[in-house]
Design a binder for this molecule. Structure first.
Ligand code: SAH
Length: 385
């Protein structure tokens, strides 16, 4: 058995019906008893809300939400009374609990409080040629990867569609204030998107169809939840897939990334292969370099043997230390050497800078630094590219 926490996974998404852990899987409602938030409303639901208004109002509201991303009070093409009513009905999902900006101003990290008091994070990363937001798909995570601050703190609940979409809208507004267009979304914040597949996918459809982000600028990142990869291969929008690999032999990966016991490397490779065949998208592997744990020549050879047939690109990042995991990240010289070794073995690799380390811009880190320690050790890493 992997961990008690994985009983909290969405059983349908994980195929737990076939492999239910002792005690059986149970599905967790997203927001028991809570009202739907601003971006949770579908067009059809808005149609019902506006049933006593002319038909074109739904389009106007939809445009106000998605194209403009402004508050209902600002929708000047609507009558005042209706704006006030919509402001009361279309409540935001995210309440800012903390915002930090890195010393160079290029990375903004938010800690959001949700309507039920749960907290999640998003990070906006600005580059000369693009702006990327890293969004959360769950409050917490049940995957229990030992080196990850979010995994160490456990699972709270799935995020709703609206909670995911609003993270992107908020980041887009922030980027626009500085004259930059938000171009990319990566699902590399808190949570495992494929354990919350249906809501995540509806959010992706919104980002693509309504926020106007192109499919090749949307990336879903998974720890290796094979049923999710299979569903993605059949999906209509060809988004990018990133797999957080970190080890390419089962014995060691079983220990570091517990889901590997359910979906071992051979099964994962087959799903990745089929995904690439079906979509012709580039596959990437995330590899957090951990001192002495996955950064030796042997590990590079194993990774190269695994990645080459899939033509996968490898993203390397030095592990960010977390309180619950004693081993440190690989020092810079070791990161360089590992990348060079991969190159000689015929694998393309990019070394990612950790962004916003000075502001706790990392998976679980900001939340951890604000949350009184419980029985589980918290503070976290710095995350992503
Ligand atoms: N559950 C998904 C997405 C969220 S994690 C997944 O596993 O892909 C986003 C990325 O951050 C993953 O590649 C994860 O392995 C990495 N990560 C988590 N903790 C980290 C740490 N302490 N240092 C560096 N990367 C970390």
């Amino acid at each position: 058995m992997i961990d008690d926490r994985d009983r909290d996974l969405d059983d349908g998404d994980l195929g737990l019906d076939e492999r239910a852990p002792p005690g059986g899987a149970r599905t967790v409602p997203v927001r028991p008893g809570l009202p739907r938030s601003r971006y949770d409303w579908s067009r059809a639901e808005l149609g019902q809300l506006l049933a006593d208004e002319p038909g074109y109002r739904v389009d106007q509201v939809w445009e106000g939400l998605h194209h403009h991303g402004t508050e209902p009070e600002a929708w000047s093409n609507l009558p005042m009374a209706l704006r006030a009513r919509l402001a009361a009905e279309l409540t935001p999902a995210l309440e800012p609990a903390a915002e930090s900006v890195s010393d160079d101003g290029q990375t903004v990290k938010w800690l959001w409080t949700l309507a039920d008091g749960r907290q999640i994070e998003s990070v906006l990363m600005r580059y000369p040629d693009r702006a990327t937001v890293c969004v959360s798909s769950q409050a917490g995570c049940a995957m229990a990867c030992s080196f990850c601050a979010t995994g160490q703190a456990g699972f709270d609940r799935h995020l709703s569609v609206g909670e995911m979409v609003e993270q992107v809208v908020r980041a887009r507004t922030r980027a626009a204030a500085d004259g930059q267009r938000l171009s990319n979304v990566v699902f590399m914040g808190m949570g495992e998107p494929f354990a919350n597949f249906d809501r995540t996918w509806t959010a992706v459809e919104r980002m693509h169809g309504d926020l106007g982000l192109s499919a090749r600028h949307l990336t879903l990142s998974t720890v290796g939840v094979v049923p999710g990869i299979r569903r993605l291969a059949e999906a209509a929008i060809p988004v990018n897939l990133a797999v957080s690999l970190h080890l390419a032999n089962d014995a060691e990966r079983d220990a570091l990334v517990p889901i590997n016991r359910r979906y071992p490397l051979a099964v994962l490779a087959e799903a990745c292969h089929d995904y690439v065949e079906a979509t012709h998208r580039r596959l990437s592997f995330e590899w957090a370099l951990i001192d002495g744990t996955n950064d030796t020549d042997r590990h590079a050879t194993e990774l190269a043997d695994y990645a080459r047939p899939l033509r996968a690109h490898v993203n390397l990042i030095a592990l960010n230390p977390t309180a619950g995991y004693a081993v440190r990240g690989t020092p810079p010289a070791g990161v360089r050497a590992f990348a060079d070794r991969l190159a000689t073995l015929g694998v393309n690799a990019t070394v990612r800078r950790t962004r916003g380390t000075d502001i706790d811009a990392a998976c679980g880190q900001l939340r951890a630094s604000r949350t009184p320690p419980t029985d589980i050790a918290l503070p976290g890493p710095s995350l992503m590219p």
